[in-house]
Ligand binder design. Structure first.
Ligand SMILES: Cc1ncc(C[n+]2csc(CCO)c2C)c(N)n1
Length: 220
């Protein structure tokens, strides 16, 4: 099955994400709040692209049932993760202007560009394969973090998002969708896309930890 092969191929990358200092410090409560804030702002930009890509993939999908699932995923994302993050922004005093004035960091830009490229080069199955690690890796990270509470309530609230049962239940639908669009002909390409997304996931933690910036301001 595609998802088994892809999971096996990314074992060490996922382990590196699960053990990344960002995650360890989040659980220990030692992650600087400025780093968490930066992560949330970058991730907001990321999640908006994620939703757009689901909608775009849905418009290109020839199977009505799969198109409906992709649209539903986009809606669930907006009502779920994106809405939850709004409450974090309120608690932390992060305003829409602050978000709008923060440029998308290089790794974030490259990651979301990879997702669009996957749709462009490998069609709807490519987009689904590219988006799958985002869902699945966070579920596994949440599972790993569930053993011990973080002493910082907002860090624990972040962790709780990915251990909630409605989130983990939705996982099986995502896995089924990925296996439904994988074929003997596209499986190797989908696996490469999945691996690259997993690699970007790892780099995304490091981007937040480093407060990654462009060397010169973005052209406007
Ligand atoms: C860099 C990054 N990767 C993955 C996720 C997690 N995530 C993104 S979309 C989605 C599905 C619906 O919520 C999930 C779980 C994130 N937040 N940021």
């Amino acid at each position: 099955m595609f998802t088994d092969t892809a999971h096996e191929a990314t074992r060490s990358l996922w382990l590196a994400s699960k053990h990344h200092p960002f995650i360890q410090q989040l659980q220990a409560g030692t992650l600087p709040m400025a780093t968490f804030r930066d992560y949330l702002i970058q991730d907001h930009h990321y999640l908006l692209e994620f939703g757009r890509l689901y909608d775009l993939a849905a418009t290109q999908c020839s199977r009505p049932d799969q198109a409906a699932q992709l649209h539903a995923n986009a809606e669930d994302l907006r009502h779920g993760e994106i809405a939850t993050r709004e409450t974090f922004f309120e608690k932390l005093g992060i305003t829409p202007a602050m978000i709008a004035n923060t440029p998308v960091a290089p790794t974030n830009y490259a990651y979301t560009s990879h997702l669009y490229r996957s749709l462009a080069t490998a069609g709807v199955p490519g987009a689904i394969a590219g988006l799958l690690p985002c869902y699945w890796l966070y579920a596994e990270i949440g599972e790993g973090l569930a053993t011990k509470d973080s002493p910082i309530p907002i860090y624990q609230a972040w962790i709780d998002t990915y251990t909630a049962s409605d989130y983990t239940d939705a996982m099986s639908d995502q896995l089924a969708l990925a296996n439904a669009v994988a074929t003997p002909d596209n499986q190797a390409e989908l696996c490469q896309i999945f691996i690259r997304s997993s690699w970007y996931e790892l780099n995304f933690w490091q981007m937040a930890l480093d407060h990654e910036q462009w060397c010169v301001p973005e052209p406007s």
